[in-house]
Design a protein around this ligand. Sequence first.
Ligand SMILES: Nc1ncnc2c1ncn2[C@@H]1O[C@H](COP(=O)(O)OP(=O)(O)OP(=O)(O)O)[C@@H](O)[C@H]1O
Ligand SMILES: [Mg+2]
Length: 579
Amino acid sequence: MWKYIKKYLFFAVMAGLFMIGEVMMDLFQPGIMNRIVDEGVLGIQSGSAGNLHVIWTLGTEMIILVLFGGFCGSMNNVFVHMSGQNIGNDMRKDCFRNIMTFSFRQIDRFGAGSLVTRVTNDITQVQNFVSQFVRGMIRTFLLMFGSIFFMFRLNHKFGLIVLCAFPFLVGCLGICLAKADRLFVKLQIQLDAVNAVMQEDVSGIRIIKACVRELYEKIRFSEKNNELTRTQLGVLVIFAFMNPAVNALMYLVVAVILLAGSYETGSGGATPGTIMAAITYTTQLLNGILGLVMLFQNISRGLVSWRRIREILTAEPELEDGAFDGRTSARGEIEFRDVSFAYPGSGQMVLDHINLSIRQGETIAVMGVTGCGKSTLVSLIPRFYDVTSGSVLVDGVDVREYRQTALRAKIASVLQKSELFSQTIAENILWGKPEASEEEVRAAAVTAQADEFISSAPKGYDTVVAERGMSLSGGQKQRISIARAVIKQAEILIFDDSTSALDLKTEARLYSALKTASPKSTKIIVVQRIATARRADRILVLNKGTIEGCGIHEELMRTCRTYRDIYDSQMGEERENHG
Ligand SMILES: Nc1ncnc2c1ncn2[C@@H]1O[C@H](COP(=O)(O)OP(=O)(O)OP(=O)(O)O)[C@@H](O)[C@H]1O
Ligand SMILES: [Mg+2]
């Protein structure tokens, strides 16, 4: 954490100095009060009645002290927040930057809910921790030790009384904090769980309604929430009992001082003013100790949160970046050399010894039953995952040797699940090529067969897409995603089942437009329909992670059983439709 504090050390030091000023003013006050009572009101020194002049001068002195103390307090607050807020801001940005480098696996491992809690709530806890540390540490310790010191100076006996009570107070604190610390860890984990359910349910609200799952989800959310509340209450109860316990101990001390004071006054060892000042010091000590409670509460909570933030900050990117900048003579060749792949954490091979080479400019259709590994196969090309064995080469170079940005600059992907962002349609398309002109955006949309519906919308390309593209139909979203990929003019185009929501005619128009618009790019298209696959140069048939056949339609009809099965089922469907 030092790395972050170091940057704003000046603010922290200034805050500390002003804090010292504030506390010193607090500590001087009882001494003056003592003199006002003894010299001014009772006139003990002069042996006569009160002295108005002394009251005036000491009173003015005290007001100046209070004002100066207040000023120091305000300045301390300003500097404390300047350090705390800036540190939080830096941490949030660093966390976000690191999350952006995470592999898909790392994102899955943390969970979106937990990442959100860490970047928001946990950082706030750390911010509080830093503020409290800068403010509270100096204040409480100065106040505690200062009041004990001044108490000794005032009267040794009173000092001893307070000192005897001190270990009991600290012991009481220690026990409570030890109990609370475990709960703080639990609290943050439960907060993760609440956020995770919240996130999943809000983004999936349509499915919840479609499946009439509202009640179940309400119960699931309530359970997580109740767990959180129980822990929260546990913490509050501990502190609810601790505060009065500390208070009671302190008032016991006050009572003992009064008792000792009555003997002392009798023997001339103390004056009423001294007793008054002693009681004020005792309350200051109490304040110091209560501050310590708050401080340790914040520190232990902050440290728990800091450990969680550190997990994000220190997580190494799992996909190590290569050094190759992607400048090759070849453009758009792909080769799978004996590639096997299992998803991290699962032992099951999803791809099994795949050997395949794809020429520049070739269009290859990938087919196979659901779950056979089509999406997995294409996700290895932009290196969304690393192969378990073998290698994937793009333009003759292993994808692991590329800088990831260089590799992905060569590839435009349309994922199976189209995701858009809550910006205008034009801005969404521009993601593919930020510097593109308006004409290019339109041309890409024309190729993707999206221009017609976009232009007929009242705001056209400036229509703002609702969050995650919820305001568009499935087919519309797919076509905008395709336009976003087409505009990039990349060497390799990957369509993962990206035209499934389009009718046959639109799909056919799209592929012929694509052929004209990007004739040189290598195209890998995962498709469901034989009619679409036949337009490709070659068709690859996957079966349980292995290549069962690769060639043109007629060839596959003769040699590949899975392909024939797909053909038969689709022809059967067509006959039924015509019949
Ligand atoms: N992130 C993941 N973690 C673990 N296993 C996964 C993951 N994604 C997919 N799988 C598994 O890998 C296998 C292949 O999945 P893949 O998505 O490649 O199939 P697909 O051929 O694209 O299917 P579909 O036609 O339904 O899109 C499936 O058995 C699936 O359960
Ligand atoms: Mg798939």
